[in-house]
Design a binder for this molecule. Structure first.
Ligand code: HEC
Ligand code: CU
Length: 392
């Protein structure tokens, strides 16, 4: 079945190309062949994704055959045996034979569809013997990754959308940049995995339900706060694969894509080395006394990556939803209050930011106390990382 459906896949590409050729001239044929994916599921890169693809094709064909057969008989009967030609309707009310046939036949069809599907679903759940285990945590609105097991153990990072805001705003009808090639499916830190290795992805969430989905891998797993779910994939082709959060999770649901880079084993090892070194270099010393300038500069980055989505880059917030930090009594008051809200969150809207380091929290607080019109107007303009360490 695998071989023949490869044929089906090619045939459907050709059919799409042919249709486009007829509609728009030969010049478009090649483009259409490339655009095949728009009409169909994405080209599978794992065994599971291939099985899903084949099931999809198989079930569609079964549905088509049933459709043609049922409507064929119906239209033929209506046309060839119409009343005006003198036909009398047959009567088979309470016919046991008919009752049995129309129970048994659909039952067999359903069994015929469920059997191959169940096999794939069971295989999808088998996360045993993974080479690498990665935990993916959904946040409003970004993904956090932790390499828990296998080569790369200890690596962790946040992965945030990098599509410039003015490309997104253009979409709302405002002036802005043209859309980039990977509009809304590009991130700062991509998940890197080795080719031909079993990668187990453990999913959970920090706030609401998200879902980790990469179509080419045939992977889609809910990430539920307080629960741990898992899924797996074994990518067979080096390349970059893009997915999205697949569970409506609030205002920026469309802005938390997933990008996975599959590398050769050798390149993966190199990446792990480089990433571990980079993390070591970045490890800030939370006991050190920082200058206001260093904290504010660092804090601006933390702010734009984590806070600007709600409180806005200019600190003005959004009336009725997200309070302004520019001029806020809390931001201008004693530091303890702001450290507490960052560590523990507040109400339903303000998340806790425990996953940020002490230096990051201290720097983002210092930044908000010295940005916009806040500079020079509050108490405690500088908050040191050790104050955060003490409050944890
Ligand atoms: C998901 C949206 C969201 C994000 C992201 C967010 N906040 Fe908030 N924040 C809120 C909401 C909503 C409140 C109001 C909470 C309440 O009072 O119930 C709030 C309140 C605050 C307050 C208190 C303001 C006041 O005047 O009471 C501060 C300070 C604050 N946030 C700082 C930050 C910082 C710093 C970050 C980034 C690390 C951040 N927030 C990220 C939604 C968000
Ligand atoms: Cu989400």
């Amino acid at each position: 079945m695998l071989k023949s459906s490869f044929g089906v896949r090619k045939a459907s590409a050709l059919a799409a190309a042919f249709a486009m050729t007829v509609a728009g001239g030969a010049a478009h044929a090649q483009e259409a062949a490339q655009k095949e994916l728009i009409w169909n599921l994405k080209e599978p890169v794992t065994e599971i994704a291939r099985q899903i693809y084949d099931l999809h094709t198989l079930l569609l064909v079964i549905c088509l055959v049933i459709f043609v057969a049922v409507f064929g008989v119906m239209f033929y009967s209506i046309f060839a045996h119409r009343k005006s030609k003198g036909h009398k309707p047959a009567s088979f009310h309470e016919s046991t034979t008919v009752e049995i046939v129309w129970t048994i036949v659909p039952f067999l069809i359903v069994i015929g569809m469920a059997l191959p599907a169940t096999k794939t679903v069971v295989a999808m759940k088998d996360t045993s013997n993974a080479d690498v285990t990665i935990k993916a945590t959904g946040y409003q609105w970004k993904w956090g990754y932790e390499y828990l097991d296998g080569e790369g153990e200890g690596i962790n990072f946040l992965s945030t959308l990098v599509t410039p805001r003015n490309q997104i705003d253009k979409h709302k009808g405002e002036k802005g940049e043209a859309f980039g090639e990977n509009y809304l499916v590009e991130v700062d830190n991509v998940v890197v995995v080795p080719v031909n290795k079993k990668v187990r992805v453990v999913t959970t969430a920090n706030d609401v339900i998200h879902a980790w989905m990469v179509p080419e891998f045939g992977v889609k797993q809910d990430a539920i706060p307080g629960f741990v779910r898992d899924t797996w994939f074994k990518a067979e082709k080096v390349g970059t694969y893009r997915g999205q959060c697949a569970e409506l999770c609030g205002k920026d649901h469309a802005f938390m894509p997933i990008v996975v880079e599959v590398k050769s084993e050798e390149d993966y090892s190199k990446w792990v080395q480089a990433k571990l070194e980079e993390m070591k270099a970045k490890q800030d010393d939370p006991t050190k006394e920082w200058t206001k300038e260093d904290l504010a500069a660092r804090g601006e980055k933390v702010y734009n990556a984590n806070c600007a989505a709600c409180h806005q880059a200019n600190g003005a917030g959004i009336a009725g939803a997200f309070p302004a930090l520019a001029g806020s009594q809390m931001v201008l008051g004693p530091q303890a209050g702001q450290i507490d809200i960052l560590l523990n969150g507040k109400g339903a809207g303000m998340p806790a930011w425990k996953q940020l380091s002490d230096v990051e929290i201290a720097s983002v607080i210092t930044y908000t106390r010295n940005a916009w019109a806040n500079a020079g107007t509050g108490t405690d303009p500088v908050v040191q990382p050790k104050a955060v360490t003490a409050a944890r």
